[in-house]
Design a protein around this ligand. Structure first.
Ligand SMILES: [Zn+2]
Length: 87
């Protein structure tokens, strides 16, 4: 169990199972999940994931709800409903 992984990263634990696409997806999400993120309150990078969707800042102790795997969700743009195109 001490074999080092090359480019597999954290998904290296899966070995050859589940397929490359799934493994890479897990690796990317794992990376986002475990790295420090910027705090929306004190803007220092010390935010860790407490549990799915819950994040806490080490510096100012702020606890907040955000994305499951990353506190900054780039996938949800704010859609304004004022620009409706009707005929
Ligand atoms: Zn903070």
């Amino acid at each position: 169990m001490s074999k080092s992984t090359e480019k597999a990263g954290s998904s290296g634990r899966f070995g050859t199972r589940y397929g490359v696409v799934v493994r890479n997806r897990v690796r990317d999400i794992d990376k986002m999940r475990t790295t420090d993120h910027e705090c929306p309150r004190c803007h220092r990078t010390g935010v860790n994931r407490v549990s799915s969707g819950i994040w806490q800042c080490r510096a100012c102790d702020a606890k907040f709800a955000a994305g499951a795997y990353s506190p900054v969700s780039k996938k949800a743009p704010v859609v304004s409903s004022t620009e409706e195109q009707g005929e």
